[in-house]
Design a binder for this molecule. Structure first.
Ligand code: GLY
Length: 364
């Protein structure tokens, strides 16, 4: 199975994709490491903890209650306190074992505990495997906006075990697929086309195809992060669908949408916007929107007020000097960053997206 090298000024490491690698996690813990602290949730630990525990020497397990609303600084402090009380020191290492919320929060914890201890990321949701756990972004939410506090803290390695995907709910699985569709739109027409031609196999979690999809997304992520770790330029393309997606998550108090579902909404809105503001032709726009929608559904959006979403865009990290940046497709496989889009065009795209999801719901 493939391993993709991420090379940043801070650290070089592999994102390894291998069925069963969970049972070999101990091999990735340095011989001279001190105590191991596994940050996880109860459900993940109950499902997969035994295999991880068997490969480690007496790990300390720190349970995080989970959920986007609890991805807050107070939780990081509580976990740090638990580490301190258990005698952690600078030789300790953290393992982030869970979905994107856990890997983000565990990464944040590792980056600030005693000014930084190493982290090994073992993502257990599709979304975390193809996006959140690779690339060193860590963070917590503020009430006003998502991931507004955080650090860059590259892991020692990312261990991606596609076997764990079997236990994901259909909803979690579909939400994760959206981040792979994103990778296809931004850089890889063949990866995108696999979603058009293989819907049944994809939704049935066909192992061979799933492994290929995961590898396709991780390859892109590893390459983009290696070329622009701190998101000064190229890495921004990974935010396709996230500008409006993050606003939707904040607007619904992080409690209605899974991240990938909000990104799906954001990708449809950005694609619509790309037709008017980035020269995307109607045929490619239809292909993107149809594919994103084919891997839905998402929770209701009928009550979303476009002007309120628009107002939230200014508190997003992607807003610089008050200018909202959008990642817009020019064609399938190529995107560009566009600023200065008139407010009315953004409102129209959001309005259109709400209407399209509401119509589909009414027809279902
Ligand atoms: N999720 C986008 C990034 O890691 O840059």
């Amino acid at each position: 199975m493939p391993a993709f090298r991420v090379t940043t000024p801070a650290r070089a490491y592999d994102a390894v994709i291998e069925r069963g690698i969970l049972g070999r996690a101990g091999e990735f813990v340095p011989q001279n490491a001190g105590a191991v602290f596994v940050v996880t949730t109860e459900d993940v630990w109950n499902l997969h903890g035994a295999r991880l525990r068997a490969s480690l020497e007496a790990p300390n397990v720190l349970l995080f209650p989970g959920g986007e609303t609890r991805k807050r600084l107070a939780q990081v402090e509580a976990l740090a306190d638990q580490m301190a009380l258990a005698g952690a020191d600078r030789t300790s290492i953290v393992i982030g074992f869970g979905g994107g919320i856990v890997t983000d929060l565990a990464g944040f914890l590792a980056s600030i505990f005693m000014r930084g201890v190493p982290i090994l990321q073992i993502p257990t949701t599709l979304l975390a495997q193809v996006d959140a756990a690779v690339g060193g972004k860590t963070g917590a939410n503020l009430a006003s906006a998502k991931n507004l506090i955080g650090t860059f803290h590259q892991p020692m390695a990312v261990l991606i075990d596609p076997d764990v995907i079997a236990t994901l709910s259909d909803r979690e699985y579909r939400a994760g697929l959206q981040e792979i569709v994103k990778c296809g739109v931004i850089q890889d027409p063949d990866l995108f086309a696999a979603f058009e031609t293989g819907r049944e196999r994809v939704l049935n979690r066909d192992p061979a195809l799933l492994d290929e999809l995961i590898a396709g997304a991780v390859r892109i992520k590893a390459d983009v992060v290696s070329r622009d770790e701190k998101e000064s330029d190229l890495r921004r393309i990974l935010n396709f669908g996230h500008t409006i997606g993050h606003a939707l998550e904040a607007e619904t108090s992080y409690s209605r949408f899974l991240h990938g579902e909000a990104v799906a909404f954001g990708m449809v809105a950005a694609t619509r916007l790309a037709v008017t503001s980035a020269g995307l032709d109607a045929h490619d726009a239809r292909r993107i929107i149809t594919t994103v929608r084919n891997y839905g559904p998402i929770p209701p959006v009928d009550d979303i007020v476009p002007a309120r979403l628009f107002n939230r865009l200014s508190s997003d990290k992607k807003t610089l000097h008050g200018n909202v940046h959008f990642v817009l497709p020019e064609q399938i496989g190529a995107v560009r960053i566009v600023t200065g889009i008139p407010e009315q065009a953004v409102l129209d795209a959001i309005d259109w997206t709400i209407a399209s999801y509401s119509t589909a719901r009414a027809m279902a």
